[in-house]
Design a protein around this ligand. Structure first.
Ligand code: UDP
Ligand code: MG
Length: 308
């Protein structure tokens, strides 16, 4: 019998977990052909999540948990889950039921019978999400696709079932700055897409503020693309050519019409403009240097406090 590990990152999910557990059990009961393992990762929750997980573990042999010493983020939680999973197949799911468990049988069929290495849920719409947030997210995916030349679509999240082969290749990427959407795309493999409707979370609240989403987006870009450096070079080149043209033009006009002292506004604008661009480019370089600084420290991706 094949083993299926269900990896559930949880951060302050005490309200959602009982509902999630009930739903997932219902679906697993309809899948007698697999031996399930429910692997919860408590990502340093400040509420009673860990207590709920201890209870689940005590009542159900199929449940296991790993508790982090503090909040390391969902990326770290997913990595820890994949690392400790023992299943022949692994699926990553949110605890808030935004990833419908009802899709599991179809996903399992895809990876077990249809020969796919990965079967991913694809969110069809962004119902229940603010208009500005949707717009910014869509813009972000356009930008990152262009910059990284990788397939990272809006709607393609972390909800996916993977074969052992794919899990091992993801684990081989040990980088500290993790961006799972990019990693999925980087490792490749044949993926089947299953669309699903966006629903409101079952209980609790989202852990993503506008600011954290923005930081996440930037991390994605800088982790998977060096195009910003190329763009900086191109901007420099364009400015160089423009300055040559302007210089020659001014030289000729001085020869013909003489030297009138003017151009105060032009000089002020140019100084501000060029300094602005220089600072921007330095900050782009700084992003890469700081990323590489963090990588060079070789810090662990997560620290475990307790397992059960
Ligand atoms: N999560 C986590 N660590 C964090 C933030 C979130 O493990 O630092 C988990 C959270 O418990 C949930 C999943 O990641 O199971 C998705 O989080 P959320 O529902 O808040 O994100 P959204 O669905 O709003 O994108
Ligand atoms: Mg959610």
């Amino acid at each position: 019998m094949n083993k299926l590990t269900i990896i559930v990152p949880c951060y302050n999910e005490e309200e959602a977990l009982p509902v999630f557990y009930q739903e997932i059990k219902k679906v697993l009961n309809e899948m007698p052909q697999v031996e399930p393992e429910l692997l919860f990762i408590d990502d340093g929750s400040r509420d009673n999540t860990l207590r709920v997980l201890r209870t689940l573990k005590a009542c159900d042999r199929q449940c296991r948990y790993i508790a982090f010493s503090r909040n390391f983020g969902k990326e770290a939680a997913m990595y820890a889950g994949l690392e400790s999973a023992t299943g022949d197949y692994c699926v990553i799911m949110d605890a808030d039921l935004q990833h419908p468990p009802a899709l599991l049988p179809e996903m399992y069929r895809a990876v077990h019978e249809e020969g796919f290495d990965c079967c991913a849920g694809f969110r069809k719409n962004r119902k229940g999400e603010g208009a500005l947030r949707s717009l910014l997210s869509k813009a972000f995916y356009k930008v990152i696709q262009k910059l990284s030349h990788m397939q990272m679509e809006d709607g393609a999240g972390d909800f996916r079932m993977m074969s052992r082969k794919m899990v091992e290749s993801i684990l081989a990427l040990k980088e500290y700055n993790r961006y799972m959407k990019g990693i999925f795309s980087f490792v490749g493999f044949d993926t089947k897409w299953i669309p699903f409707e966006n629903v409101e979370r079952a209980a609790g609240t989202t852990k993503w503020s506008f600011k954290s989403l923005f930081g996440y987006a930037l991390n994605g870009i800088f982790s998977f693309s060096t195009t910003p450096i190329t763009i900086a070079g191109a901007v420099g080149l364009v400015l160089f050519v423009l300055s040559m043209v302007y210089g020659v033009g001014t030289g000729i006009s001085t020869l013909i019409f003489g030297n009138k002292v003017s151009g105060y506004t032009t000089i002020v604008c140019l100084i501000l403009f060029l300094n602005g661009i220089q600072l921007l480019v330095i900050s782009v370089l700084g992003e890469y240097i700081s990323k590489s600084y963090m990588e060079s420290k070789g810090r662990p991706i997560y620290i475990v406090k307790e397992t059960g």
